[in-house]
Write a protein that binds this ligand. Structure first.
Ligand SMILES: [Fe+2]
Length: 270
């Protein structure tokens, strides 16, 4: 099966480029399932029901979250009940929703796991022991195709997760920093990238208008971050080919710019 993952969608510019480009990519690459991180999709903070419906209508099948999952709490509670929306699974068990979803793709089961790191993040359970417990259970249940969105600030935590889950899952994609890294690899059948990077405005500060973050940095005074209404945009997506054993065998990353040529890079296969 061919699955695709889109990095953190930031605000309307991110939603718009997905609406414009995703269906073409699905056809061009024969993508069977699209997962995306949507915790910043509604003006940079959280996800509303309306915006979630828009993303699903654009061709996304499952939406993952992170530290901003609760920014639109009322909407999120509805989404976790009624939409294919996840929040990190390593929140304490009394927290509504789930970070695990098993879907059917081309007659095979695909498990999608959403986890959150520890450094600079809300208080959550140990993501590493939690991941191992989840994955071991899925393996016992005979589920071979497993995708992990690990939403974390620390690059070291992401590399540790890769070492722990290598060979056990099909793909681990890092999200949250909004800045893409170029370390795409496939090792022992597991695709890995430290961070996929954002989908939205690209010439500002992590998808937000630069004015407030720059003012904050220079003065130490606060302010509310805003997504610009117009900007140069980028869409960042990985497309991963998974064989019948649940092993990643090939992967590319496509960066689509709204005013220049796309850049395609391939994963190193170790
Ligand atoms: Fe985040």
């Amino acid at each position: 099966m061919k699955i695709a993952f889109i990095g953190d969608i930031v605000g309307r510019p991110g939603r718009r480029i997905i609406k414009d480009k995703l269906s073409g990519l699905i056809k061009e690459h024969g993508i069977d399932c699209v997962i995306a991180n949507g915790e910043n999709a509604s003006h940079g903070f959280g996800l509303t029901v309306k915006n979630c419906d828009e993303l699903l209508a654009s061709g996304i099948d499952v939406i993952t979250g992170g530290n901003h999952s609760w920014d639109k709490k009322k909407d999120m509670l509805v989404l976790l009940e009624s939409h294919p929306v996840l929040r990190p699974d390593n929140y304490p068990s009394e927290v509504p929703g789930s970070g695990l979803k098993i879907i059917e793709v081309n007659g095979s089961k695909l498990a999608i796991i959403n986890l959150m790191g520890l450094f600079c993040m809300p208080q959550v359970l140990n993501p590493f022991t939690h991941a191992l417990e989840l994955v071991d259970k899925l393996n016992q249940d005979g589920i071979k195709n497993i995708f992990v969105d690990f939403h974390a600030e620390s690059t070291a935590e992401k590399r540790i997760m890769m070492q722990i889950l290598q060979k056990k899952v099909s793909a681990i994609c890092g999200t949250h920093t909004h800045i893409g890294t170029d370390d795409l690899e496939i090792t022992k059948g597991t695709f890995y990238v430290t961070d996929l990077g954002l989908t939205g405005c690209r010439d500002n500060v992590i998808g937000m208008d630069a004015k407030v973050p720059v003012y904050k940095a220079l003065t130490g005074m606060g302010g509310h971050f805003d997504v610009p209404s117009s900007c140069k945009t980028i869409m960042q997506i990985v497309i991963i080919d998974i064989d019948d054993n649940g092993d990643a065998i090939d992967a590319i990353k496509v960066k689509l710019f709204n005013n220049k040529e796309n850049i395609v890079s391939s994963a190193v296969i170790n």
